[in-house]
Design a protein around this ligand. Sequence first.
Ligand code: PMT
Length: 421
Amino acid sequence: MGQSQTKRTVPEKRIILGVTGGIAAYKAAELARLLIQQGIGVQVAMTEAATRFITPLAMQALTGHPVLVNQWDAADNGMAHIGASRAADAIVIAPATADFIAKLAHGLAGDLLSALCLARDCPLLLAPAMNKQMWENPATQRNIAQLLADSATVLGPCSGAQACGEEGMGRMLEAEELAREVMAFLQVGGPVGERSPTPTLPPERRELNGVKILVTAGPTYEAIDAVRGITNRSSGKMGYAVVQAALEMGAEVTLVSGPTALDKPPGARTVDVTSAAEMFEAVKQRAADADIFVGVAAVADYRAAQPSTQKIKKGDGKLTLELLPNPDILAYVAGLPKPPFCVGFAAESEKLHEHAAAKRAAKKIPLLAANLAQQAIGADENELILFDDAGEHLLPRADKLAQARALLRHTAKLYRQGNLR
Ligand code: PMT
């Protein structure tokens, strides 16, 4: 997501990012940045060796917190190895070198980071990074097996070009992939506002594991002439948050996005479109293959009847523009012979309940999320009211990712119930 979305409010979840001494340490900076961008509080702890690859100052500047390195620091009464992990929801070691993995497997605690891991009362995630021979060495494999048996989660490694010039298994996962795994591990949210008590679901137990979700997001742009057009102020934040939440919950996600300034969500297939007609075409091609369709896009209801390929010259008199209605994408998908489970949005500027309920009935969809347009559009936070067969459910104002998670948990519940019927 774009840098503009970075916010330093009180984080819902916190991790300790442990950095050990390998060339992949530079990727830890990007990992920290991505996690912070998604609202995770990050405290970095580094081994002495890691400080040779990336400076504590760089990590401090990124996270806003002094980096823990020295176990003999007087701060925290020399108890940083206890204090820091008590405030964390997980410790993520990225990169985890062969040496550090060996220390963990044997319960050694001779430096601050290994002491933190030994004294922890939260889950441990490791992203191994090493030369392929080191990775394949029976000693490393024994240590990894031991850590898995001790309930650590091992993320990667993957195969590829290595810093030493060799090729093979041992390369650390890319920062985007690790960020996604960590977010999924820290899964938060709950049905209609409740928070899940267990944030650590393995992939096969994630609520939308393998479910195919098609999402529209952002505005559409309807050209009037070569340089002018009709659009709206949708930023795409809400739709992209739905994509992110769906990925965390294990879904296979396709995003059909109107023009936005946001980065493409890593892990989703993104189809870029401009006009409502293009969005309609992209959705038509993919809807039959989707299990769930979520229409978050603010689709322009009208387009110019005869867009000019040239810039329209200014004249003295009035200019009348003829507008034609655009196809209703959501209504089309909901009307398919075998429609996916459809979730619509409604942005209203008044009479929210009345208009939203009417919209759900008119479009014949099982679930609709309503918001006040003037408070929701372009904002980082939002209040949603969900309308379904059981009535209305309020999701009190929260950041859009938290709202997206709660909406998708509710969606997953209704989708499963529908499939059981
Ligand atoms: O992008 P953000 O800045 O984060 O803002 C988020 C949002 C306000 C755009 C979002 O939360 C939202 O409300 N999206 C729906 C906006 C909208 O166009 O609502 P609507 O009431 O006009 O449309 C109702 C539903 O029909 C929507 O699911 C819409 O995607 C869909 N629709 C509308 C018109 C059309 N021609 N085709 C459609 O599929």
